[in-house]
Design a protein around this ligand. Structure first.
Ligand SMILES: Nc1ncnc2c1ncn2[C@@H]1O[C@H](COP(=O)(O)O)[C@@H](O)[C@H]1OP(=O)(O)O
Ligand SMILES: [Mg+2]
Length: 467
């Protein structure tokens, strides 16, 4: 039968030499009732460590990313739980201390997940993608000029303005590297009003999500100013967003693949990436087909959003699903390739962007017989990340061309988080810390981690004369 606690029993057990618990409990209760000094000692025993923890955690906060806002709350709880009535339990104190630290660890992890950044990036990409789709359909109706590059220009400016508006609203101190600058828009009144007509009423159909992005842009002048906020020189320090409002302009025009691309770099390292691909199938299991490069408009319910946060994996979800839950989405991973001869390649449609001849020679060297799938934009990165394709090569054509960071930042992270490796043709990781271009890199070799070295070897053998 369980014995009742000594304090609750009207008949105290007699102290026994063989029963240390009873002797200590009785002596401690005696001490409690007879002398204030031990109480003071215990108070100090609890409060001094609590204060030291507070000071230490405050000092470490800038390094670890722990939000100091949590500290007073935790310490208050700690102190409350240790009023004199509970002072006898040192294990309870240890428990509370552990809880305090675990609270801080959770806070750090939450912060490392870049939850808000991911959510804003996803929603901003989704909203901008709606605008690009509207431009495409206006073009089809003949409302915007079909014969020149104006649909691209309108879509580029409009999407960039909408994304920057969302970033400025949520992270006003962050720098932005974006592809477009507004000079053309300032000169051309007609172009400006066409872009404004589209921008002013492009919104997410979820009012909470739209509010999170800051709602509509005030007026056409504000829109032009926002576009110019994307003029950061980039670099190795601080938080910098990279935007490509429409990557794959040729694909966009031909109803093929294009992507709305957004990534956050912190001190030169990509932490968050979002890629909206309006003309890719929603289904992650659909393998790439030769015809994926054209006539793939979103009319058939296409459109996928890829996202990744460094260290937290990559996901995909339908581009049409607007949600305030950044974790909604299906984890994606690259296809495990046992036999490299069964792999498939994707590459640029434009031979001027990546050497088709070198790619064919590399395929041959690796014993790959399937013809490469040609498609525009970072949709290639998204496609291999979800195992629809396997390998993406970008083989330099020009000795002087420097790849732009906005053409690779989101895709690089999404592939690596899906179990891939991304390097240049020399085997170096892409270096996003040296400005607006990848000045330290040449070309791209993206493949599942397990076969990347083998693919790189073949690339280097084929390119040996040029490297
Ligand atoms: N010579 C080149 N080599 C590699 N990429 C290029 C070259 N010229 C332009 N690009 C860029 O390739 C990207 C499209 O890639 P993809 O062929 O994979 O769709 C575009 O952003 C385009 O940049 P830009 O927009 O400045 O023309
Ligand atoms: Mg681009």
């Amino acid at each position: 039968m369980p014995s009742s606690p000594a304090s609750a029993s009207p008949h105290k057990r007699p102290p026994s030499a063989s029963d240390p618990s009873s002797s200590s409990s009785s002596s401690s209760s005696d001490r409690r009732s007879s002398s204030p000094k031990p109480r003071l000692f215990l108070l100090l025993f609890l409060f001094i460590p609590a204060i030291i923890i507070l000071l230490l955690a405050s000092l470490l906060a800038p390094i670890t990313g722990v939000t100091t806002a949590l500290l007073p709350l935790s310490v208050t709880r700690l102190v409350h739980h240790h009023h004199p009535g509970h002072l006898s339990s040192s294990s309870s104190f240890l428990r509370q201390t552990r809880r305090l630290f675990s609270l801080h660890t959770t806070a750090t992890m939450r912060r490392d997940k870049y939850e808000k950044e991911l959510l804003v990036a996803q929603l901003a990409v989704q909203r901008a993608a709606i605008l690009t789709k509207r431009v495409f359909h206006e073009k089809a109706k003949g409302t915007v000029d079909k014969n020149d590059k104006s649909p691209v220009t309108i879509g580029d400016f409009g999407a960039q303005a909408l994304i920057i508006a969302a970033l400025q609203h949520n992270f006003p101190d962050d720098a932005i590297v974006a592809e477009e600058e507004s000079a053309k828009l300032r000169e051309d009144e007609k172009l400006r009003s066409t872009v404004w007509e589209l921008v002013k009423d492009t919104k997410l159909d979820n009012p909470d999500a739209e509010a999170l992005l800051g709602g509509p842009i005030r007026d056409a002048d504000a829109m032009v100013e926002l576009i110019d906020k994307g003029n950061s020189p980039g670099g190795a320090q601080g938080r910098i967003w990279a935007i490509d409002p429409i990557d794959g302009t040729k694909g966009f025009l031909r109803g093929g693949q294009y992507a709305v691309c957004l990534a956050l770099m912190v001190d030169g390292d990509v932490k968050v990436g979002a890629l909206g691909c309006p003309n890719l199938p929603v289904d992650d299991a659909a393998r790439l087909t030769a015809g994926i490069g054209e006539n793939q408009t979103d009319d058939d319910g296409h459109g996928v959003l890829f996202s990744a946060v460094l260290g937290h994996g990559a996901t995909s979800r339908p581009l049409a699903t607007v949600s305030l839950d950044p974790e909604l989405g299906t984890p994606i991973s690259m296809r495990a390739i046992d036999d490299l001869t069964q792999a498939n390649f994707c590459e640029s449609v434009e031979a001027g962007h990546s050497s088709h001849g070198d790619q064919a020679a590399i395929s041959h060297k690796l014993g790959i017989t399937a013809p490469s799938v040609r498609m525009d934009s970072q949709a290639k990165y998204g496609s291999i990340a979800r195992g629809a394709g396997d390998i993406y090569l970008r083989l330099p054509v020009s000795a002087t061309y420097q790849e732009k960071i906005w053409d690779h930042a989101a895709g690089d992270l999404i592939v690596r988080e899906a179990g891939g490796q991304v390097t240049d043709v020399h085997g170096k990781r892409l270096d996003f810390s040296v400005g607006r271009t990848l000045a330290n890199n040449k070309g791209v070799v993206a493949a599942p981690l397990a076969v990347h070295a083998k693919v790189l070897e073949a690339v280097q053998e084929v390119l040996s004369a040029k490297l």
